[in-house]
Design a protein around this ligand. Structure first.
Ligand code: AMP
Ligand code: MG
Length: 400
């Protein structure tokens, strides 16, 4: 049986990025850049005032309070484009260009004036050269690369993209993901389960998880535990999707037919068992051009194996350069024990103690079918097979 890291490696090596498309900036958050973003101008484009006040020569204010002659006004969008001489001041507003000759701005609160051009104003405190001025190009210089292809676009990146004229950006195409739940006991959410039946919670959960990382999803009608019907549904689903996610029927029970169905269709199987708890029977395969993930039916196992294997694949398809989950360390609250033979991922909630340390507390849950317990999880605690981490010791965590 392969380890989790070996399995992730197989996913990474067998996932190739899709194409790209141009999209409007306002719809781009969460998408992966497929071009480098280059500043087409200096920011600020001119020496800019940070304050409402008066642009002056600092040398003229050394003996403040001093009187200067008001010779003009520089407003945002309408600057004063002469050169300030000795003994002169120009009224200036936040965001306006500082005139040539001036090397500082005194804020309005430290001045006294009647704002009439030609009048004399008072500068009450001396200024320092450079005071309240952001020089041209200090934030970013024209031609600098500010973001690189492969980075995920965040809301914080939108303003710089807009400032450099990117009304549209080139991003990786969204993977088309088909989701097929299997199991003769499964009914649709809208239905009232009959005797021995349960509702399909996996398909919509996987849809939500896939959308969160940028996929376009399609949920297919559930498949019954019938080999030939299942095969036909898998074939049809794979035909027009980049990724097919199946759940259920991957274990060794009499009616676990998913693996046989994929195999008989001629899929190349990359792995079909991982040294992992929960989620040991997870399968990764390729059927023609479609990547196929067959995840266990237990909702928690399905969520954990999505997180470990499907998520990186969906990100790589979009051209990401960082598909690794966010990891960290925390102090275990309570003992956490791994399975003897399998690396174990335990759902946990995170808090902090009075000393500001991060605390991970394993959720009270009833095993890999307990989706109500799992719904509170913020992270997974990683425990190496055959080991126990005692309460108070440091554990590794992966944020969900
Ligand atoms: P299986 O992997 O088919 O053996 O299923 C394992 C467990 O997960 C069984 O208790 C199933 O009833 C349950 N299960 C399978 N598919 C789903 C689903 N789509 N939604 C909720 N539970 C499921
Ligand atoms: Mg089943």
């Amino acid at each position: 049986m392969i380890t989790v890291n070996e399995a992730i490696d197989l996913v990474v090596r067998n996932t190739e990025r899709l194409g790209h498309e141009m999209i409007g900036l306002s719809a781009s958050v969460g998408r992966i850049l497929a071009e480098d973003i280059v500043a087409d101008m200096d920011i600020p484009p001119f020496d800019r005032s940070q304050m409402d006040g008066y642009a002056v020569r600092s040398i003229d204010t050394v003996d403040a309070p001093v009187e200067l002659e008001l010779v003009g006004e520089s407003a945002a969008g309408r600057g004063w484009h002469k050169t300030l001489g000795a003994g002169e001041a120009v009224a200036i507003m936040t965001g306006a260009p500082v005139p040539a000759g001036a090397d500082s701005v005194q804020k309005i609160e430290l001045t006294r004036a009647n704002e009439e051009i030609g009048s004399r104003i008072q500068i009450l405190e001396s200024t320092r050269s450079g005071q309240h001025i952001v020089s041209a190009g200090t934030e970013i210089g024209k031609g600098e690369t500010i973001f690189r292809s492969g980075e995920a676009i965040t809301a914080n990146m939108i303003a710089p993209l807009a400032s450099f004229g990117y009304s549209r950006v080139k991003v990786g195409s969204m993977p088309r993901v088909a989701i097929l739940g299997t199991g003769s006991e499964i009914v649709e959410i809208e239905e009232t389960p009959g005797r021995d039946q349960i509702r399909n919670s996996n398909s919509v959960m996987l849809e939500a998880l896939a959308r969160r990382v940028g996929a376009v999803t399609k949920i297919l009608p559930n498949a019954k535990d019938d080999l030939s019907a299942l095969q036909a549904q898998i074939k049809a689903a794979a035909a027009d999707s980049d990724v097919l996610i199946l759940t259920g029927g991957v274990s060794v029970g009499k009616y676990d037919l998913t693996k046989a169905a994929i195999g008989d269709l001629g899929a190349e199987i990359f792995f079909e068992r991982v040294r992992l708890k929960p989620g040991k029977p997870a399968v990764f395969a390729r059927l023609n051009e479609t990547l196929v993930f067959a995840l266990p039916g237990n909702p928690v196992s399905a969520a954990v194996t999505f997180h470990l294997f499907v998520r990186p694949s969906l990100l790589i398809l979009q051209g990401t350069k960082s598909f690794e989950p966010r990891t960290g360390h925390a102090i275990a609250s309570g003992d956490v024990r791994a399975a003897r033979e399998r690396d174990t991922y335990l759902p946990a909630r995170l808090t902090s103690d009075t000393e500001g340390r991060l605390i991970a507390k394993q959720l009270k849950w009833h095993g890999s079918s307990d989706f109500v317990g799992f719904s509170q999880a913020e992270a997974l605690i990683l425990v190496d097979r055959g080991t126990t981490v005692n309460s108070g010791e440091v554990v590794r965590i992966e944020y969900l």
